[in-house]
Ligand binder design. Structure first.
Ligand code: HEM
Length: 449
């Protein structure tokens, strides 16, 4: 039987739950889940502009939206519209025929074998970072700043190869401006037209122009064929599908921007929280040290070591359970669908939340406890597939998940070989700037081993 009314907070008579959602969406979702259950309806914004958000918190609901009924849930949500405006129609945002063609061309560049070729770049960058740390007089680092810089360097090397020196300064300067702009527009109920010359619009246009220019220059050189490189931009320019189709120069640029956008802060957040959680759980850190010492015996890790580092892999998975870097996943329903006994009508905004589902008491005992052993193969097999979905799922699952796991495990291995970490700050509140970010510094003291 289908219940008619989806439960949810009434909120303020004029603006509904707008203020609570803007102030702390994850906490608001978490409380609503406890109070109303697995499907909750929020209204937000003034009458006339009011959004209705259907939040779905069960593993079964996530599976239906992302996998079994994915054809009924489109990437037409506000956030995706805003990302599309700024970064064009790359793999993260494109849909229908365009998407299928792009995925056919790009997927072969992300096979396990292809991605494993980037292991050397990851270890090089991680080694350079700890060499720099050795010169730090007080041995204190902010793990967030360090991991953002590291992952930016890694993704830039993977994309641009030897052109990293030309690309990195522009990306470092312009990307944060554009990300912050997208985040603000995605959250604001009223969006000022992009053409209006407001300071925010002007800054975002300038940042986008500079990024386009550097990407276009590198792509043009590669397309001329004189500069044959095995980096991702080189591979994108040469990719051909079975029907002989290729990506246009604009499409290649859009993919580059999407890989930068989707592939750097996400892994940085995972690594930063991973290091901080390790520092606060000495017994876990010790077990991780033991594994790293046994398997690597002082040498640098390679992609082939990933399987021999199961404990470190579990540490990364448990970190992503507690701090999923993409804590919200949005869709818009294109047809009526029933979830958890409720009708979600066509046209509704639907919001999934790995943050809430990863703390769902039905799947996770003592959900706030950091316990990597939840991810032994036996215990993983006992849980519903979508109790843990930091990389999304179904046909639109993250294409970068192996790259990100490889980068996270290898980086932790390199750091743990050299250091123990001592936490200097408690874990503070988080915010969602499309991706999850800590609001307060996460500093650690490095203790050489
Ligand atoms: C911890 C790291 C990462 C997390 C948590 C993450 C999370 C996600 C999630 C949740 C989605 C699905 C979004 C949706 O269904 O609406 C996604 C898609 C995607 N991610 Fe990641 N991601 C990570 C790293 C990366 C990396 C390293 C790259 C590439 C360099 C990347 C590129 C993409 C792309 C292109 C898509 C769209 C795939 C498609 O629709 O076919 N991600 N990611």
């Amino acid at each position: 039987m289908i219940a008619t009314r989806i439960p949810g907070p009434t909120g303020h008579p004029l603006i509904g739950s707008l203020r609570a959602l803007r102030r702390n969406i994850l906490d608001t979702y978490q409380r609503a889940h406890r109070e109303y259950g697995d499907v909750v309806l929020f209204t937000a914004g003034p009458p006339g502009w009011r959004l209705k958000i259907h939040a779905v918190f069960s593993a079964e609901g996530a599976q239906r939206v992302l996998a079994t009924e994915s054809a009924n849930f489109r990437k037409d949500s506000r956030v995706y519209q805003v990302i599309r405006e700024s970064f064009g129609d790359g793999l993260l945002t494109s849909q229908d025929e365009t998407y299928l063609r792009q995925r056919r061309l790009v997927q072969p560049l992300f096979t396990r074998r292809q991605v494993n070729r980037y292991a050397d770049a990851i270890c090089d960058e991680a080694t350079a970072m700890i060499t720099r740390w050795r010169q730090q007089p007080d041995g204190v680092i902010d793990v967030v700043d360090e991991m953002v810089e590291l992952t930016l360097r890694v993704v830039s090397r993977v994309l641009f190869g030897t052109d990293i020196d030309a690309a990195l300064p522009v990306v470092r300067r312009c990307f944060p401006t554009l990300s912050a702009y997208i985040d603000r527009r995605g959250r604001s109920p009223l969006r000022i037209p992009r053409k209006w010359p407001t300071p925010a619009n002007r800054r975002a246009h300038a940042a986008r122009r500079a990024l386009y220019q550097i990407c276009d220059e590198i792509v043009a050189r590669r397309r001329e064929g004189f500069d044959r490189q095995e980096d991702l931009v080189g591979l994108l320019t040469r990719a051909v599908d079975s029907e002989g189709a290729r990506l246009s120069a604009d499409e290649i640029r859009d993919q580059i921007l999407i890989f930068l956008f989707a592939g750097h802060e996400t892994t940085a957040t995972t690594l930063a929280y991973g290091l901080h959680l390790l520092s606060g759980h000495p017994e876990v850190e010790e077990a991780a040290h033991k594994e790293v010492d046994q398997v690597l015996a002082g040498r640098l890790p390679t992609a082939e070591d990933l399987e021999a580092l199961p404990y470190l892999t579990m540490v990364v998975k448990e970190t992503m359970r507690l701090y999923p870097a993409a804590p919200l996943i949005g869709r818009r329903a294109s047809a009526d669908t029933t979830i958890g006994g409720y009708l979600i009508p066509a046209g509704s905004d639907v919001s999934l939340s790995p943050w809430v589902t990863h703390r769902h008491p039905e799947y996770w005992g003592q959900p706030e406890r950091f316990d990597p052993l939840r991810f032994t193969p036996e215990r993983e097999a006992e849980r519903p597939r979508y109790a843990w979905f930091p990389f999304g799922g179904g046909p639109r699952a993250c294409i970068g998940q192996h790259l990100s796991m490889l980068e996270s495990v290898l980086t932790l291995a390199v750091i743990l070989q050299a250091y123990r970490l001592q936490p200097l700050d408690p874990v503070g509140p988080v915010t969602v700037n499309i991706t999850l970010r800590p609001l307060t510094p996460l500093r650690c003291r490095l203790i050489p081993r």
